[in-house]
Design a protein around this ligand. Sequence first.
Ligand code: GAP
Length: 457
Amino acid sequence: MAEDVVTMEKIVALCKRRGFIFQSSEIYGGLASTYDYGHYGVLLKQNVKNEWWRAVLQERDDMVALDAAILMHPKVWEASGHLAGFSDPLVQCLGKCKQRFREDQLREAQPEGELKCPVCGGDLTPPRQFNLMFETNMGPVQEEGSTVYLRPETAQGIFVNFKNVLQFSRKKPPFGIAQVGKSFRNEITPQNFIFRTREFEQMEIEFFVPPSEAPVWYDRWRQWRLDWYIDLGIRPDHLQLREHGTDELSHYSSGTSDIEYLFPMGWSELEGIANRGDYDLSQHAKYSGDKLEYVDTATGDRYVPHVIEPSAGAARGTLAFMVDSYDEEEVEGRERVLLRLHPRLAPVKVAVLPLVNKDGQPETARKIYEELRRLMPAEFDTGGSIGKRYRRQDEIGTPWGVTVDHQTMEDQTVTLRDRDSLTQERIAISKLGTELLGRLNAPWRTPKLGGGEAQAA
Ligand code: GAP
């Protein structure tokens, strides 16, 4: 494990201390591997999703958006292969602990010989396939035919809407459909905080291309998605692209790569990019009886587009951005914990703080705050010493702090503090808004962790 990777315990503690993420149903003892997002967690995850939308939709002209329902016709999951094949091999301990495990994960840790329970060393049952889809019933009567599934991926909602989108979007391949939404998997071994949970959010793209162009688009999307994480501040040496071996590939895939991040538990998948060929559209055409193809009206050519699928997890992204930006340093003999988040990801962009709670300073600070919050998420804080208030802002990753002091009352200037370099400069109140908007939209300079000083990206 790299020395500069923070432990998961520290991230979990910070999330709880500052209200990012809580255990779900905590007052009832919690529900395993489900989490609730508090104020700053909501804002951070929303910013991750917003930056994704910005990169894949707003800054491109070959993408459209979709928001499909979570519940879909059960035939969708027959056609996609999820009913028959979306399963993990499950083994159970026959010894003392009776715990269940994924056989494939145990095999990675115990490559040789007969598998044993990793907790108590007991024997294990033979593996049986366990379908990961959550079932529920539609309508008031629980009868055959009323079973529906909570979608295990958002992707199928895109495939079954291919024809609708083609008709109304005036797009032709190459073009993509992007969607963000909840997915559900009855994971056997959810673990590592919000890394693997049973309810999670995906940010998925299905990019439809002429068949001969698929390899080129596959390479482009791998690079674009990798660059997205780096542009938002993740250290390049904490990211790697891992191409799946032929034995790992799904039967429909001619190429899949994982973008892996160096999480506290080691290199793990952050996002997958797959070349899915024409498998999904062909399957849905077969099961629905509808033609799912592109017809070029100019040439009369018709074909089933191939699909490149970059599929990311919103929570995994959020976790990676927190882990990568977490820092501890000593400033004037005191420890400072901070998130050196990219300003566009930071839940709050600026905190406005009166130095003391008298002499008109709180009133002036409140006025500045009310002006700034029209431009960007801002906070006004009067509680506790100025040092305590800054420590709180550092821990939630607020990039800039504005302090109103006695000089402000004389010359209408404030101090502007930078989270990463800790520099403080004096600036006229009238220039604050323009200055901060400029900084928010400026190219980001990756801060050097543990040092405080910024360095060029
Ligand atoms: N449509 C393709 C698909 O769903 P996947 O590799 O199973 O592919 C894509 O999932 C991404 O969704 C993963 O890279 C991960 O970021 C996220 N993800 C998958 N399962 C998850 C889980 N149980 N908890 C949190 N995120 C998950």
